[in-house]
Design a protein around this ligand. Sequence first.
Ligand code: NAG
Ligand code: NAG
Ligand code: NAG
Ligand code: NAG
Length: 239
Amino acid sequence: MKVAAVAVLGLLGALFPCLKAQTSSPLEILQQAAANWTGTLPCEGWDCECAFKKPKGCCCVASPLFQLEEKTFMRMVGLWKDLNSLNNQIEEVTGGHNVSFAATMLPITGCYGPFNKNVSISYCNVTLNHGYGYNPSLGTFTAPRSGLYSFSYTVYSNLGAEGERIYHKVQLMKEGQVIASSWEDNREDSEDSATQTVLLQLKRGNQVYVELVLGRFLCADTQGYNSFSGFLVYPLSDI
Ligand SMILES: *[C@@H]1O[C@H](CO)[C@@H](O)[C@H](O)[C@H]1NC(C)=O
Ligand SMILES: *[C@@H]1O[C@H](CO)[C@@H](O)[C@H](O)[C@H]1NC(C)=O
Ligand SMILES: *[C@@H]1O[C@H](CO)[C@@H](O)[C@H](O)[C@H]1NC(C)=O
Ligand SMILES: *[C@@H]1O[C@H](CO)[C@@H](O)[C@H](O)[C@H]1NC(C)=O
């Protein structure tokens, strides 16, 4: 292909000795110059005889151009395939980064709890669930891939019917282990809230959820202030 390109340049150079003076179209000039040419041509593998015996046929360049076209087309097909496979690989790598969720408790007019065991809170109003790691009916986030994750929860309670007392303990759990907790036991405030944020290294399949501890209760969250959210900070290789 390189040889052909050099030959094209050489030929064009030879055919356009005084281009600036011409007013005819480039094709006409080319035809005239070809007809006028008397010297030898740097044709190499080209069929120049054909061009100059039948100047209108243009078969001189037809065959190499066709080959060039064919090669270029095959190369483009190859490049297209490579590009597609690269796109797929990029999707594989970046697709797994797309993990985040945010959910709040549905508004409660009375109290949630007390229960006779620790109960995982189901934050049912899901506003974000990329990667589908969060299951609202269980209130549980299951890591779709290993990585470093950030989780936050906010606990809010107002004076409830239960003896006009704010009395709660909420804990963020990873695989049955307490990671962080917030609690309140007072009769002085009329409402209270607290937020915790943690970074957790999780393996694929690890579960994270928020529990309300037995005997405690959350009351009068009419605004859905109790929330739970999390996202993948960066993936780590699955071990
Ligand atoms: C070709 O020859 C004709 C007649 O001799 C001349 O008028 C014309 O300028 C030439 N064209 C080129 C491109 O050399
Ligand atoms: C419930 O949570 C409390 C407070 O963290 C803990 O002491 C208790 O062992 C838990 N109960 C069960 C059954 O896990
Ligand atoms: C769910 O949360 C969104 C965003 O905070 C809020 O606009 C919407 O009213 C909530 N839905 C319910 C049923 O509480
Ligand atoms: C992330 O995932 C959600 C669905 O879970 C999808 O709608 C969104 O387009 C994804 N975003 C990117 C950047 O991949």
